[in-house]
Ligand binder design. Structure first.
Ligand code: HEM
Ligand SMILES: *[C@@H]1O[C@H](CO)[C@@H](O)[C@H](O)[C@H]1NC(C)=O
Ligand SMILES: *[C@@H]1O[C@H](CO)[C@@H](O)[C@H](O)[C@H]1NC(C)=O
Ligand SMILES: *[C@@H]1O[C@H](CO)[C@@H](O)[C@H](O)[C@H]1NC(C)=O
Ligand SMILES: *[C@@H]1O[C@H](CO)[C@@H](O)[C@H](O)[C@H]1NC(C)=O
Length: 331
């Protein structure tokens, strides 16, 4: 589409280099990208996220995670939304885990009536995530917009590129580095676990048969371990039961995630790995956890900048983008 060619963005692209590298890595994103082409955008997204969270508060967290899992695979290009057996939805970190697809569909349907073929699905996901944070009590930030939707999903990219809760911190740091994010981003963005839930299957490794000498992880506070053990032994024992990632304020976006790590109330092994894992901790992550646990304003400030950096992960150089009409299929 002519509208998206770099030539229209001479002012924004005062550095020519930003415009090289194919359509995928097009010009810098801007916060006013749709101000003239789709001024209704903010209202529409806000309303849908608000309604979805009024129905189920957790949806704010789910939309935030959807954006993360989109950005880490082929850039923030809505590739995660593409249906099909070989899609990212079926990758291990996403299957029966990532939520919020229907909310994005509903937003996109309204946008296609209000301003057809203008707003990319990737931008919808980025904006929806920001309202998920805001309506959970987190910081407001201007979301940079102007992404294009990718034309391919990358299931193996999702399987290999997304961090696992069972991975040591060093290897998580490497996965962030692979998409241009650093150790500060790892600690700051992990703070997203101040909201939302995780299935037993993702933390039951800490509840029984933990080691030769301990049944439960000794760095899991005893009363929390007890309640998680009974939660995960209940139901069908299928690992589908969920616990709050932040046990002290599950639906509030605050810095309790870090405070919990200091008091042995982190949920996932990977959360713990930032601070006190038996497998070893990077001193740099430990210091940051301590800093954010005592300074919520600093966490909010840094979270915004890390979200902007994550939201800037570009489409792979040379790959082509479009504005999808239906977020589930390429045009
Ligand atoms: C650092 C490496 C990370 C690991 C290993 C990790 C792992 C996980 C796991 C295992 C779950 C539970 C999934 C399930 O129950 O099916 C989860 C949930 C969640 N993650 Fe992460 N995550 C990481 C980083 C992030 C980042 C960077 C963000 C966003 C900026 C994020 C946001 C969330 C949210 C909001 C939830 C709850 C979702 C919901 O309730 O629907 N995580 N994460
Ligand atoms: C899928 O992602 C991997 C990185 O994890 C990348 O090397 C590969 O080129 C991607 N494939 C496609 C088709 O985009
Ligand atoms: C990560 O990058 C940000 C932004 O460039 C910077 O402020 C921060 O100090 C970096 N952190 C590390 C550990 O290099
Ligand atoms: C714990 O380990 C024992 C001995 O290896 C095994 O019999 C038992 O099934 C394991 N329990 C769980 C919950 O995995
Ligand atoms: C766990 O949840 C998934 C997805 O909803 C489902 O396919 C699976 O059957 C569930 N397991 C059991 C034992 O119900």
């Amino acid at each position: 589409m002519e509208r998206y060619s770099c030539c229209r963005w001479v002012l924004a692209c005062s550095i020519l280099a930003l415009c090289l590298g194919g359509q995928g890595a097009r010009c810098q994103l801007t916060s006013d990208f749709y101000d003239s082409t789709c001024p209704q955008l903010y209202y529409v997204v806000q309303q849908h996220v608000f309604d979805a969270m009024r129905e189920e508060m957790r949806m704010g967290a789910s939309l935030l995670r959807l954006h993360f899992h989109d950005c880490f695979v082929n850039g923030c290009d809505a590739s995660i939304l593409l249906d099909g057996d070989d899609g990212e939805k079926f990758a291990l970190p996403n299957l029966n885990s990532v939520r919020g697809y229907e909310v994005i569909d509903a937003i996109k349907a309204d946008l296609e009536s209000a301003c057809p073929e203008v707003v990319s699905c990737a931008d919808v996901v980025a904006l929806a995530a920001s309202y998920g944070v805001l309506f959970s009590g987190g910081p407001y930030y201007d979301v940079l917009l102007g992404r294009l939707d990718g034309r391919v999903a990358n299931q193996s990219g999702a399987d290999n590129g997304l961090p696992s809760p069972f991975e040591p911190v060093d290897s998580i740091i490497q996965k962030f580095a692979a998409v241009g994010l650093n150790t500060t981003d790892v600690v700051v963005l992990s703070g997203a676990h101040t909201i939302g839930r995780a299935r037993c299957a993702l933390f039951s490794n800490r509840l029984s048969n933990f080691s030769a000498t301990d049944s439960a992880d000794p760095t899991l506070e005893a009363s929390l371990a007890d309640s998680l053990q009974s939660l995960c032994a209940g139901g069908n024992g299928d690992g589908n039961e969920t616990a709050a990632l932040d046990v002290s304020s599950p639906y509030v976006f605050d810095n309790d995630y870090y405070k919990n790590l200091l008091t042995e109330r982190g949920l996932l092994s990977s959360d713990l790995g930032l601070f006190s894992s038996p497998e070893g901790v990077a001193a740099s992550t430990k210091d940051l956890v301590e800093a954010y646990s005592s300074d919520g304003d600093q966490f909010f400030y840094d979270f915004v900048w890390s979200m902007i950096r994550m939201g800037n992960i570009p489409l792979a150089a040379g790959s082509d983008g479009e504005v999808r009409k239906n977020c589930r299929v390429v045009n």
